[in-house]
Design a protein around this ligand. Sequence first.
Ligand SMILES: Nc1ncnc2c1ncn2[C@@H]1O[C@H](COP(=O)(O)OP(=O)(O)OP(=O)(O)O)[C@@H](O)[C@H]1O
Length: 239
Amino acid sequence: MALLALHAVGKSYGALKVTDDISLSVEEGETLGILGPNGAGKTTLFNLISGDVRVDTGRVEYEGRDVTALKPNQRCHAGIGRSYQVPQPFGNMTVFENLVTAACFGAQQGEREAWQTAYEVLDQTGLMAHANKPAGGLTLLNRKRLELARALATKPRLLLLDEIAGGLTEHEAKVLVDELKRIKARGVTMIWIEHVVHALLSLADRLFVINFGQKLAEGAPQAVMADAEVRRVYMGIEA
Ligand SMILES: Nc1ncnc2c1ncn2[C@@H]1O[C@H](COP(=O)(O)OP(=O)(O)OP(=O)(O)O)[C@@H](O)[C@H]1O
């Protein structure tokens, strides 16, 4: 049984079909990479999975049950955690407080357990030295780390990562990818939207490419990257 399955989901804003009849499934432990040009509908797809936006048509199944009608907090409690493309920390709170908040409200933990979770996640994401700093003053790499850490503190079984490597230097992206590899090794299932293709390829088991809200290609990373239509649409390379 797939951990997540989308069945013919659709979403329009006025006349614009942003998600057009997308079906996909993700197996437990798998990392699915999502690629597509700017405005293709990738973040909207995450919003439909996390419940931030409701589907107009189709169905979202998680752990074999229909979650289409569940609110974002209910989907988070069920184990769907996400990061946002633009980091969304509580800027006036410390890094530690941000993680305790995520554990309390996302994983429904009591205070003592949430402190323990926050401590573990600080350790996993290399943020320990910044625990007591206000989140609003972090560097870009550490803001990205905190975005990942906040998602992890909700104890996800399925982790949605939205351009977590965007804007980082080569070295910083490698540090982040190493962290993601450790998370993957712990069995967390991931869907990762990323324009930094070499970072994505170092982790993804499978790729799914979107263009104009529709599926353009899906399959093994090497085969998808060699696909003539993907090269034309995504990389601007004519065959
Ligand atoms: N709330 C909204 N109201 C109207 N249009 C929207 C809304 N959200 C997204 N769109 C439009 O839907 C399209 C897809 O947006 P989306 O953010 O999902 O694309 P994306 O593939 O994630 O892009 P990028 O790679 O630039 O982040 C865009 O044309 C965008 O302007």
